[in-house]
Design a protein around this ligand. Structure first.
Ligand code: ZN
Length: 368
């Protein structure tokens, strides 16, 4: 980054494209990767995907999974979340009756966690660590904060490597690290990292409603909520916190609501938001609402400058036009909107280059 620190008072928003730069699976690839990497398949999960989405999940070798069309994580989880919230069941199999759906949902969440973890492990030695480069550029005292829509812990690990304490925006009950359980103390002056759809390293107990911070490896093992030392022994299986964007409103637990509140305050004060690897999809209405609140209810006299860093060489012109327009039509202050020619990788390595942006005229010419 430049000497005058262009990132101060900035919020960096990480979308799926940022994680994709390090080979994390996209939503649409999560189940394919799960079946590619996991040898012992869970019967309930196989039965759910087979019966609900018409898949044939008995192929003998991995290559055949490549040819299957899986539902996205949002679709597979969303159907279950909606049935659970409406207290409805499905016919066809006793496994799909109302009281069995939460079990399938929890297994699905664990499968998604495993898929992300194994995909990132398998690319560990060949991928370039863009999140590490980004974290090395951040300084604790520059008022740079991060909002992430991703479940993976690429940015968490990167900040940890730089010895930056992380403030997730709420207090955890315990920290579980290297087999030890310790009390958690929220860091003073940590880097703010608000993960608005949850995170694989947050383990939630639906019985005592405690949420613990844990390294990724532990979070996917179905750890049970017991810790006599701290007078909790409910033995409930804890699950990672993953809330698909569409179902945010109905099912978000209390601590996630405070993450959203804090994100709003952060954006109302921020001078700029830099959308990295985020395509502003139509479905993310909760995030759009947050951005609109930040634009309208400013806590500073400065308007909110919006930068988009989501370009790559050879990007399809119609994808550029559509993405540009999704942002443009939603934002109120077009003079403060900057759709750059940078990729997330460029941004990590060279910092924000505000001069390198597409103009409205250029986009209009691309339409011809
Ligand atoms: Zn518990």
């Amino acid at each position: 980054m430049n000497e005058d620190n262009p990132l101060s008072d900035s919020v960096i928003l990480l979308g799926a494209g940022a994680s994709k730069s390090e080979e994390a699976p996209l939503q649409s690839e999560l189940f394919q990767n799960y079946f590619r990497y996991i040898r012992s398949l869970d019967r309930d999960l196989v039965s759910y995907l087979t019966v609900f989405f018409g898949l044939d999940l008995e192929p003998a070798d991995n290559r055949q999974y490549e040819n299957l069309t899986f539902p996205t994580c949002e679709e597979a989880l969303g159907v279950l979340e909606m049935a659970i919230s409406k207290r409805e069941g499905f016919s066809g199999n006793e496994n799909f009756q109302r009281n069995r759906l939460e079990n399938i949902r929890d297994k699905l969440i664990r499968a998604i966690s495993l898929s992300i973890a194994r995909s990132l492990e398998s690319s560990m030695n060949r991928r370039k660590r863009y999140h590490d480069i980004l974290a090395s550029q951040l300084k604790v005292n520059t008022n740079t904060a991060i909002i992430s829509t991703n479940y993976d812990i690429l940015i968490d690990d990167a900040l940890d490597k730089e010895k930056h304490p992380i403030d997730y925006g709420f207090d955890f009950r315990f920290q579980r690290k290297d087999g030890e359980i310790t009390t958690y103390s929220r860091p003073q002056n940590g880097i703010l990292l608000y993960k608005i759809h949850g995170s694989l390293n947050w383990l939630y107990c639906p019985t005592c409603k405690g949420v613990d911070l844990t390294p990724l490896v532990k979070s996917v093992d179905g750890m049970s909520c017991n810790n006599l030392e701290h007078q909790t022994d409910c033995r409930e299986v804890m699950t990672p916190v993953l809330i698909p964007p569409t179902y945010m409103k109905d099912i978000s637990p209390h601590f996630l609501q405070s993450v959203w509140e804090s994100s709003e305050l952060l954006l109302r004060r921020a001078k700029r938001i830099i959308f990295c690897g985020y395509s502003f999809p139509d479905a993310d209405i909760h995030l759009k609402y947050l951005l609109k609140r930040a634009e309208m209810n400013r806590l500073t006299s400065d308007p909110l400058e919006v930068f988009v860093v989501n370009h790559h060489r050879g990007k399809n012109p119609s994808a550029i036009i559509q993405e540009y327009e999704r942002y443009f039509r939603f934002l109120r202050n077009h003079a403060c909107f900057h759709y750059t020619r940078q990729s997330f990788q460029d941004f990590c390595e060279k910092g924000l280059d505000a001069s390198d942006e597409f103009s409205k005229t250029e986009i209009d010419c691309m339409k011809l």
